[in-house]
Design a protein around this ligand. Structure first.
Ligand SMILES: N[C@@H](CCC(=O)N[C@@H](CS)C(=O)NCC(=O)O)C(=O)O
Length: 201
């Protein structure tokens, strides 16, 4: 059976886990939790990069990178299709992935011992996140991210991550449309079934 390696705290893996549920493929893919940054991690024999998500196919091939996994889920018959087909949809998905990449850098910085943190990196990522969130506030206010696809799930995953694992970022303040969008997305069963544990940051 096809296997999706994930970590409960990973927003990237969560995009794929929500996609399995929303796309009607949950009974065709087994989810297997792995540790990360660990020489004994169960994902390592299949993915030397050691990151999740990683999708182990029946023939032993392992797909890494969220977008490639979503592409494969579409090939497996995900309904609805996850990857956007037009430029608007692709741009919306890319915008959120960029936000997520920046938040991952910011969060990693905050996990270092205080004397190893770079104030410059933190300031840069905080400014990037604010800029993108302001753009997203306009986007959702004008009807973007309304249909269920990779852009929708990535936005739910990044805001869900901020909500429980990166709470230093007060993204809701001054962004009522984004907050309302998130409340609606968070009510979906696929979101509730994949909640990450709080991390204390
Ligand atoms: N570009 C990758 C990013 C995946 C990623 O960074 N995953 C993190 C968890 S959120 C990970 O596995 N980190 C473990 C490590 O860096 O060793 C994607 O789009 O899937």
């Amino acid at each position: 059976m096809t296997t999706l390696f994930y970590s409960a705290g990973s927003p990237y893996a969560r995009i794929c886990r929500m996609a399995l549920r929303e796309g009607g493929l949950a009974d065709r893919v087994e989810e297997r939790e792995t540790t990360l940054r660990d020489a004994a991690a169960s994902v390592l024999p299949h993915n030397p990069v050691g990151r999740v998500p990683a999708l182990l196919l029946d023939d032993g091939v392992t797909l890494t990178e969220t977008t490639l996994v979503l592409h494969w889920l579409d090939r497996m018959g995900s309904t609805p299709r996850m990857l956007p087909q037009d430029a608007h949809g692709m741009a919306a998905y890319g915008r959120v992935l960029g936000l997520l990449d920046g938040i991952a850098v910011w969060n990693r910085e905050l996990r270092r011992p205080v004397h190893e943190r770079s104030p410059g990196v933190i300031a840069l990522e905080e400014a990037r996140a604010a800029r993108v969130a302001d753009a997203l506030e306009q986007d959702v206010a004008t009807g973007a991210y309304a249909q269920l696809d990779a852009a929708f799930l990535a936005l739910a995953a990044v805001l869900g991550y901020a909500d429980r694992r990166h709470t230093v970022w007060r993204w809701q303040e001054g962004r009522p449309s984004l907050a309302a969008w998130f409340a609606t997305a968070a009510a979906r069963p696929a979101f509730a079934e994949t909640l990450p544990p709080p991390s204390g940051i």
